[in-house]
Design a binder for this molecule. Structure first.
Ligand code: GLU
Length: 451
């Protein structure tokens, strides 16, 4: 087939997927962004199209939706919706986080699961892709309420997961505390100490060192690799970082360790800019210990910091940008602002934080752009290392895990870079990540027959 035929075929396939999955704009966006880059590989390997690979890849293997009833501290009953989308298991057990956030719906979980398939393939670690969560809002809930919610959620989820089947972890709204309650309930129901059924566990009971840090650290390592490619490093670079959760915090920590200067953080209320650079210990105290808001950071930090309510963090001038909050948080206008202010590289710590128009703009003007599938794969990669440690009943030193993380992120960068070059798109990490991830999953699916 010629390039035009392939593009036409992909476009009609996309239209069909859109029609079959109505009202799931984020899922459409994630699929579109991948299909757009696959033409060259489908031309080079016609057997993929013949095996209906794209059609199968875009349809989750299994989608589970369930009721999650729970009682608040006053005894009032609430009903939330629970999801687990088991997207693709050609390379290993389904693997991916759980998100607890009021915005969660089936389309969001499917977009995240779809991305996860490619991301996990890029790690080279034998993990399939899945994602789950609930529209539960943990904000302002007591510890006891969080526990009851997690227990109710697991009371349904336990029958679908297992160390060789599906291994959830954290995402927005799900950290070590929630994984603890989920793990406790799984253990109670099944009467099994099955450490490898969840990752992101606490360090005293099967968790891996460096797992909390891994997504953020990994993203900075990916950013460093992109800069190295241009003959630069992180030393002295001013960085704009969005978010103030686990990914953002450890992104900043690693940036500082490597000589860069992160000057911002944000939450749903607005952003903070700190002329002296973010004081990471203060931010950790407020966010991780007190579970507070970034506005409190500005109040306590002193003259160098100010809180901008409802502002967009991208208006702060910087050399590099690391969006680490949530999907579609950086749009075309934001990209224009960043470019005007001289940004030279953007690396996604969150999943799909940059809109397609913004990505295009960055690429058009030559800003290095690292897509989340590649750049934020460090988190799930260390989850896979946690599974390895659990299976062998050992725990590695922090230094060993960091060394592995470093190697994995370098490999992912090299793979994306080389794949982009091989398919005629030098420097295009989006194409490189999509094609490299696709090839790994597609080859496994091809070998395993039409299932
Ligand atoms: N939620 C994370 C991600 O988006 C981590 C998933 C995991 O560790 O399984 O990749």
């Amino acid at each position: 087939m010629t390039r035009l035929d392939t593009k036409d075929a992909l476009a009609s396939l996309y239209a069909e997927i859109e029609g079959r999955n109505p009202a799931q704009p984020e899922f459409h966006q994630a699929v579109h962004e991948v299909l757009e880059t696959l033409a060259p590989v489908l031309e080079a390997r016609p057997e993929y199209a013949e095996a209906g690979l794209i059609e199968r890849l875009c349809e989750p293997e299994r989608q589970i939706i369930f009721r999650v009833p729970w009682q608040d501290d006053r005894g009032r009953v609430h009903v939330n919706r629970g999801f687990r989308v088991e997207f693709n298991s050609a390379l290993g057990p389904y693997k991916g986080g759980l998100r607890f956030h009021p915005s969660v719906n089936l389309g969001i979980v499917k977009f995240l699961g779809f991305e996860q398939v490619f991301k996990n393939a890029l790690t080279g670690l034998g993990i399939g892709g899945g994602k789950g969560g609930s529209d539960f809002d943990p904000h302002g809930r007591s510890d006891a309420e969080i526990m009851r919610f997690c227990q109710s959620y697991m009371t349904e989820l336990y029958r679908h997961i297992g160390e060789h089947t599906d291994v959830p972890a954290g995402d927005i709204g799900v950290g070590t505390r929630e994984i603890g309650y989920l793990f406790g309930q799984y253990r109670r129901i099944t009467n099994r100490w099955e450490a490898g059924v969840l990752t992101g566990k606490g360090q005293g009971w099967g968790g891996s060192l460096i797992r909390p840090e891994a997504t953020g650290y990994g993203n900075v390592l990916f950013m460093a690799a992109m800069l190295r490619e241009r003959g630069e490093d992180l030393e002295g670079q001013t960085a704009v970082v969005s978010g103030s959760g686990n990914v953002a915090i450890y992104t900043m920590e690693k940036l500082i360790a490597l000589g860069a200067n992160p000057v911002t953080c944000s939450d749903s209320g607005g952003y903070v800019v700190d002329d002296k650079g973010i004081d990471i210990e203060l931010l950790k105290q407020i966010k991780e210990v007190e579970r507070g808001r970034v506005s409190e950071y500005a109040e306590r930090r002193g003259a160098s910091a100010r809180f901008v309510p409802n502002g967009r963090v991208w208006e702060v001038p910087a050399d590099i940008a690391l969006p680490s909050a949530t999907q579609n948080e950086l749009d075309e206008k934001d990209a224009e602002t960043l470019i005007r202010n001289g940004v030279k590289a953007v690396s996604e710590g969150a999943n799909m934080p940059t809109t397609p128009a913004a990505v295009q703009l960055f690429q058009k003007v030559g800003v290095a752009f690292g897509p989340g599938k590649a750049a934020n794969a460090g988190g799930v990669a260390v989850s896979a290392l946690e599974m390895t440690q659990n299976h062998s009943r050992t725990s590695w030193t922090a230094a060993r895990v960091e060394e592995e993380l470093d190697r994995i992120m370098r490999d992912i960068h090299t793979t994306c870079h080389e794949t982009a070059e091989r398919y005629g798109a030098p420097g295009d990490y989006v194409t490189g990540a999509n094609i490299a991830g696709f090839e790994r999953v597609a080859d496994a699916m091809l070998a395993q027959g039409v299932i």
